[in-house]
Design a protein around this ligand. Structure first.
Ligand code: SAM
Ligand code: SF4
Length: 380
């Protein structure tokens, strides 16, 4: 592992960085949840998993490729999925449309970097037809922002109303270090373009030990001063990135403690815009909204409403489990007139086996639940 000057390689974690399941000091957060409840009419025929959770949210990794190589996300020289195995945009549309017919109300395009997929705007415009017919309530994406200056206006014209943009530091040198190749100026220009085009922006910041932990209050202040919501995220043990996960892991309970006890910030529950129990906090001092995404905390899974499709058509029922269904085989193995029905059957059968939750845990002496695939494959 290479060290940034001023970023010591941590040889172990101190006792404060241990996390316990159900850590009461943090709460998982996602203000952009699809509604967790469906109307009785909508529930009929909807995708309900064995734990009674309605599946209303699909995340699609449209490509595993990316113009960055973030250290917690992928290896420096990743082996990308062979192109012939990747779903065509038409195939993604067929799968996504089957989900919409089955009650999915929100789709998020992710990756890899969704905006580096060739002709991505074709897919976005195509999926947007489901919003015009009022079946889909939201089409959005998570992006590293590098291509936003080019696409912001087109996204708005297609019907996208908000985007999540990942940004872990406002220091250009650190940014280049953590992304292994990114240009901070370009991302900031992308954010300007997004705002000018009228997109609502939420910043996603992975809290990385010794990299950005001291900068977090400044990043939150900056985001709120720009009118952006911001979510802090704990690193998850997704695949081998060539970096020591335990060295990167920073529990958000610690971050939150520092904000409240050392800086005296007052965090108040914010119910606005959430589809159920609040997971967001309003910072009195900045006036903005702050989320804590704590995947290592068990209660994250209780109201899970999402499933994930990879670029090669694997449907993962849980980010932290390996059960999958091969939807590419369904799309490519049936006559065109039979594909829709076959997809619906396979999706229903897969959701009927959705696991209760993940088993991620990181401590100084143990990493549990590590997945074989990196985050760019499953889609964050
Ligand atoms: N390239 C886009 C981006 O960076 O926003 C979309 C894909 S990226 C995999 C989606 C999100 O996952 C990003 O916010 C990223 O910071 C986060 N992420 C990647 N690897 C992670 C990990 N191991 N643990 C937690 N979050 C991770
Ligand atoms: Fe690319 Fe996003 Fe992964 Fe960074 S987090 S390497 S931008 S996919």
């Amino acid at each position: 592992m290479t060290a940034l000057p001023g970023w010591p390689i941590m040889r172990g974690m101190d006792a404060r960085t241990r996390i316990t399941i159900n850590d009461a000091a943090t709460a998982s957060s996602d203000s952009e949840r699809a509604p967790k409840t469906l109307s009785p009419e909508e529930r009929t025929g909807a995708l309900i998993d064995p734990f009674g959770r309605a599946i209303t949210y699909l995340r699609i990794s449209v490509t595993d490729r990316c113009d960055f190589r973030c250290r917690y996300c992928m290896a420096e020289q990743p082996e990308f999925l062979p192109k012939k195995e990747v779903l065509t945009l038409e195939e993604i549309d067929a799968v996504a449309s089957a989900f919409v017919r089955l009650g999915v109300r929100k789709i998020r395009l992710t990756g890899g970097e969704p905006l580096v997929r060739r002709d991505i705007m074709w897919l976005i415009r195509r999926l947007a037809r489901h919003m015009q017919s009022a079946h889909l309530r939201e089409l959005t994406l998570t992006t590293n922002g590098s291509q936003l200056a080019r696409y912001a206006k087109e996204l708005v014209a297609a019907g996208v109303r908000r985007v999540n943009v990942s940004l872990d530091t406002l220091d250009a040198e650190k940014f280049h270090f953590v992304t292994r190749r990114g240009d901070l100026k370009r991302v900031l220009a992308g954010l300007d373009a997004a705002q000018e085009a009228g997109l609502r922006v939420k910043i996603n910041t992975v809290a990385v030990k010794a990299l950005n932990e001291d900068e977090i209050p400044d990043i939150v202040r900056w985001a709120h001063s720009r009118g952006f919501d911001i979510s802090l995220i704990e690193t998850m043990p997704m695949g081998d990135t060539g970096e020591e996960r335990a060295h990167q892991y920073l529990p958000l309970s610690l971050v939150r403690d520092r904000l409240e006890k050392e800086l005296g910030w007052r965090l108040e529950r914010d119910d606005l815009n959430t589809g159920g129990p609040s997971r967001y906090w309003r910072v009195r001092e900045t006036g903005g909204r702050l989320g804590f995404i704590t995947p290592l905390s068990a209660h994250f899974c209780d109201d899970c409403n999402r499933v994930r499709l990879t670029a090669t058509g694997k449907l993962y029922l849980c980010l932290g489990q390996n059960e999958d269904a091969d939807l590419r085989a369904v799309v490519r193995g049936h006559a065109p007139e039979d594909v829709d029905a076959a997809l619906e059957r396979t999706i229903r059968a897969a959701v009927a086996k959705k696991p209760q939750g993940h088993e991620f845990a990181i401590s100084s002496d143990e990493i549990r639940g590590q997945m074989p695939r990196t985050m760019n494959v499953t889609g964050g």
